[in-house]
Every structure is written in C-alpha cells, then in structure tokens.
Design a binder for this molecule. Structure first.
Ligand SMILES: *Cc1c(COP(=O)(O)O)cnc(C)c1O
Length: 361
C-alpha cells in the first residue's frame, strides 16, 4: 500500500534518560524522582517508568490511587517507592497497602485516617505535605506546628518524606519562591530525621536550597524547559509528525478552513497535513504556532480535527513527506506558548490516534 500513513508519535526513551541526567547534574547528591502521573504526561507510564528505573530512578509520583496500582504492575519485579499525590482517600488504606503505595497525606482528616490504620495494626509509610504558600494542598503551617508539638506521630505512622510544592518556580525572580522556601525550611526543621522535597522540575533549577533531598521531576524529564521556554540542555522526548496529503496554491482573498480562520493576503503555497486536534495538536495554536519542515519553521494557518494547513512558501516539499508538528525543532514550549497553555497540557493532549512508537534502549 502506498497510501500516506497516519500521524506518528515517537517517544525517545534515551532522550528521557538524558533529561534525567541533566536534572540530576543540577543538584549533585539529590535524588531525582520521576513524576509519571497522567500516564507519564501521556507518553506511557509503563515504558517511561521502566526506562527511568533502568537509569537509576527509584521514586515515582502519581496523582491517583488507580495510577499507582497500575504503575506497581508496570514495575513488577523492580524495587520502587510509589507516592500517590491524592493522599489517603477515605477507605483506601487496604488498596494502598496491597499495592505498597505511599500516600502523600495533605489534610488533617487524611492524617487521622493514617493514624486509625496504624491503630488497627497496619504499619504505614506516608509522605506529609505542608502548604508553604501555594494554597492548594497540604497542612497549614499551624497544623504542621501542632503536629510536631503533640507527638501523635509516634503512634505508628512512619513519615518518610516531608514535602511542599512551589507555585511560581518557573519565574526565578518571583518573591513567592523565597517566601515558600523559608516557610518550608521552618517546618522541615520540625522533622529533622525525615527527607525533604520542595521542588518539581522548575524548582530543581533554582539551586540546592530548593532541591532539598529529592526533586520531583515531571515536565523537564519530558523536555519542557524549567522557565516555560525551550532549554537547550533538554532533549525533546515526544515527536509528532504527520504526512502531507496535498499541496495547494492560494490567491489573495482565498479563505482556508472554517469561518474566518485564515485569509490569504497574496499568492501562497500551503500543505494540508494529516493531523489535527484529534491527534493532540492544540487547536488554539492556529494562527500562532509553527510546524517545522524542510529546515525551517512553517506557520500553522489552520488546525482542524483531522487536518492542519501550514504555509510552506517555496520549500521543496512533496505529498507524503512528514512535517514535524512537535519535536526537536517544533519545540514543546513554543507550541504551548502559541496555544496559550503550558507544556504539560500539550503533552497530555497527545491522543492515541497517532501511531505510537518507542525508540531508545
Ligand atoms: C505534577 C507535580 C509535580 C511535577 O511537576 P512538573 O512541573 O511537571 O515538574 C511535582 N510535584 C507535584 C506535587 C505535582 O503535582
């Protein structure tokens, strides 16, 4: 068959391991944990976690209990700590224990659930999250202080990690960063024997104070820059390409696609690509984002469900050739900025319709 194939999503596991090394080099001696929630940001938690485990990763974070259960099976036969960011949802202690998951306890009631389980004789390892100023998850500073003072923690729960999360780490100049760091250090001193974690990807690039003992790296493992722009040290892990279905010529005034999407202001040559927002390309990138073909960026004029139209000028391109919609040249952070979103969302939108393949060891 000589028909043009589908959009293709290539996931480079060696690039993933490279990015892990880059993050690790930022903070020597600090553990780099992998955040593989949402199916490793859409890239496949199983292959991603196994490749990272091979590279030395021993701690993983997921959001949901069910994600943790699946990851435990994906990592069968390998030693790994799996943290569940949702924490100890009511009645879940048995499932947590069965899959050997470590809940990130973030509220008073979750902590009571943990103490109750300990009272029933279950030994339980937990991470404790405190809110250092993001106002989303975690015990308040006052709650954490009370906890340190009242000694209830000696009753069977074993805290193995005390953590918090930064709200503005992508902007190193933000005063909220130092504020959160100070609050976190204050609480952390109440748990002198417990390891500490404050930073996600971006925080891991803010220096050793922020890196603490463990960095929870997500987006930068997958190639997203810590400051929401392309970082030359990091490699693209996900590459989305799609074949050209047709090359067309437009004249001034020709309208392309639905409604007012795009009107040609002069003669131009465009390629119709076999990928659209059903393949994960974000529609809001229309008119602002760039594809990459024949060695140059090519404006995304129209993004529809199945088809994308790009301006190819006089580039020597032919029907059937693949255009890069995301990858080493059409950078993740640039596409996210063009679509008015973050790199995380661009990745999780990559859908299953694109043919998926993994490369690298
Ligand atoms: C998602 C998440 C991370 C990873 O964030 P990135 O920006 O992808 O590195 C780390 N910690 C917590 C608590 C998270 O929710």
């Amino acid at each position: 068959m000589n028909l043009p194939d589908r959009a293709r999503l290539t996931i480079d596991l060696d690039a993933l391991a490279h990015n892990r090394d880059v993050i690790a080099a930022q903070s020597p001696g600090v553990e780099v944990a992998a955040v593989v929630k949402a199916d490793a940001y859409g890239l496949g938690a199983g292959p991603v976690a196994r490749r990272l485990h091979q590279a030395g990763t021993r701690s993983f974070f997921v959001a949901r209990l069910a994600e943790g259960e699946i990851l435990r099976r994906d990592l069968a036969g390998r030693s790994a700590t799996i943290y569940v960011l949702d924490g100890l949802i009511s009645g879940a202690t048995e499932r947590m224990a069965a899959a050997r998951l470590t809940p990130v306890v973030s509220t008073r009631s979750q902590l009571e659930e943990a103490l109750a389980a300990a009272g029933r004789g279950q030994t339980l390892e937990i991470a404790l999250q405190v809110d250092s100023g993001m106002n989303r998850q975690g015990l308040t500073i006052a709650e954490a202080e009370a906890l340190i003072a009242d000694g209830s923690l000696e009753k069977g729960v074993n805290i193995t990690l005390v953590m918090s999360h930064l709200g503005s780490a992508t902007d190193p100049a933000e005063p909220r960063n130092t504020q959160q760091l100070e609050r976190f250090q204050y609480i952390r001193n109440g748990f002198p024997t417990v390891r500490a974690s404050l930073a996600a990807s971006a925080g891991g690039f803010l220096g050793p104070d922020y890196a603490c003992d463990l960095v929870r790296a997500g987006i930068s493992l997958y190639g997203g820059g810590p400051e929401e722009r392309p970082d030359p040290r990091l490699k693209a892990v996900a590459t989305l390409t799609a074949p050209i279905l047709d090359i067309r010529h437009l004249r001034a005034g020709d309208r392309v696609g639905y409604g007012e999407s795009f009107t040609a202001s002069g003669d131009m040559r465009v390629a119709v690509i076999a990928a659209g927002y059903a393949d994960g390309l974000i529609r809001a990138a229309m008119g602002r984002g760039m594809a990459w073909a024949a060695g140059a960026p090519r404006p995304l004029l129209v993004v529809n469900m199945d088809l994308t139209v790009v301006d190819i000028g006089d580039a020597p391109l032919a029907i059937g050739e693949h255009v890069e919609l995301l990858g080493a040249n059409a950078r993740l952070d640039d596409l996210a900025a063009a679509a008015g979103t973050v790199a995380h969302e661009v990745l999780v939108r990559l859908s299953t319709r694109a043919e998926r393949r993994y490369i690298g060891a």
